[in-house]
Design a protein around this ligand. Structure first.
Ligand SMILES: [Zn+2]
Length: 407
């Protein structure tokens, strides 16, 4: 195998439960993440990286100093997140399937199979070694694969001093899956001119356009009276929220794709006294997002106008913006990754992500940060899997980017 410790590293990390916690008020959101980040920081020191430091937001930063004679090369960085998605992460037992035939269903447990009839992309992995779950948990390749790949690349450079390179910065952080990990990413302390997240994504994906995103909370206060005498008096707060939602255009995740945005009702809870709902809004264009927010505000206003007093209270806030708005004027990082993919015979797939990345936020904090692939699929659930060959290719990409930048 090309990178001896890559698979062991990945499996070792994957087995450690680092699920983040949306309900938490602490940073990082869960002590399991803090413990894992501490373990990583020890490993970074142990393989020989410098300036290993833990930032107030939980991020662990480290540096690979420039080779002699390459001190003037502009520093670049690589970033992954350590938390895993909101799905069972207890007792993760990665399973290795060597030389997959690209045709058969892979049995994960008695009741769960990874079947090409359901996941036709499996046909792309003929001859690959696949790492899967045992059907009861997620795998956490999102983003332990990225963590293992970055550390393996750094370790490779430390073992091969003949490969000259400029200064490299690396970062591992918490809470990407709950959307807040990179909120306060300290780009100044990090010290790279631009960086790459190595996160999720299938071989070839090179992502530098994302949604622009906002979230909304609607609170409703009802007037509870016995339904027998409810005429003209009873106000049902749950129905008021549903009425507002039904005034929105019928653009939902289940009936939009490509470059179309949407409104997504995440939850609605309540009783006769009060109710609360959470929505998210997505659009690739910033003014599109603005318009959608206005449409939601108008819908709430229209419902409120049906009552003698406002029943609905709307609070909207922006979550992240399409990083292409910035990157289109700073394409250096994208061009460098494209060149690396091409030298390795990988066709770049630059389709916009129908989501966000840590890089969306970090880019707006002043450091352009597109995303490169890790070689994993079906993220966030029991069907998640990683290809060892594609993970090796991801390490190749990291090393090639560094080599081209250091020429
Ligand atoms: Zn991820």
């Amino acid at each position: 195998m090309k990178y001896e410790k890559l698979v062991d590293r990945f499996i070792g990390y994957a087995k450690i439960n680092t699920r983040s916690n949306e309900a938490s008020k602490t940073v990082p959101s869960d002590p399991k993440e803090v413990a894992f980040l501490k373990k990583l920081s020890e490993e970074l020191t142990q393989i020989g990286l410098s300036d290993v430091r833990t930032m107030p937001d939980g991020y662990v930063f480290a540096k690979l100093p420039a080779s002699k004679g390459k001190e003037t090369v502009t520093p670049i960085g690589f970033i992954s997140h350590v938390d895993t998605a909101d799905f069972n992460s207890e007792n993760i037992q990665p399973q290795i399937h060597e030389n997959y035939d690209g045709q058969s269903a892979i049995k994960l447990s008695d009741s769960v199979s990874l079947d090409p009839a359901v996941f036709p992309n499996l046909h792309n992995y003929k001859g690959h070694t696949l790492i899967t779950t045992d059907g009861t948990t997620l795998l956490g390749a999102d983003d332990k694969a990225g963590v293992a790949e970055i550390i393996t690349a750094m370790s490779y450079l430390l073992d091969h001093p003949e490969m000259l390179h400029g200064e490299i910065e690396i970062a591992f952080g918490p809470d990407e899956e709950i959307g807040i990990g990179a909120d306060h990413f300290d780009t100044k302390n990090f010290g790279a001119k631009f960086a790459y997240t190595v996160d999720g994504a299938i071989k070839g994906e090179l992502q530098w356009a994302t949604f622009s995103a906002s979230a909304a909370t609607i609170k409703a206060k009802g007037t509870q009276v016995h339904p027998s005498s409810g005429y003209g008096k009873l106000i049902n707060p749950i129905v008021a929220i549903i009425d507002a939602f039904n005034l929105l255009p019928n653009e939902r995740p289940e009936n939009t794709r490509g470059d179309e945005g949407y409104y997504y009702l995440l939850d609605l809870n309540g009783d006769g006294d009060s109710a609360e709902a959470h929505l998210i809004i997505r659009d690739f264009k910033r003014d599109g997002l603005k318009q959608r927010k206005q449409i939601l505000a108008d819908a709430v206003k229209q419902v409120n106008a049906q009552y003698s007093h406002p029943v609905l209270d709307l609070n909207q806030y922006d979550q992240y913006y399409n990083m292409a708005d910035v990157l289109k004027d700073h394409l250096e990082s994208v061009k460098l990754a494209e060149a690396a993919y091409k030298e390795l015979g990988i066709t770049p797939n630059e389709a916009p992500v129908r989501g966000g990345t840590d890089g969306s936020k970090i880019t707006f904090l002043g450091m352009p940060t597109p995303n490169i692939f890790t070689g994993a699929e079906n993220l966030h659930g029991p069907y998640e899997f990683a290809s060892v060959q594609d993970m090796e290719l991801a390490v190749d990409v990291v090393l090639k980017i560094i080599a081209l930048q250091s020429k």
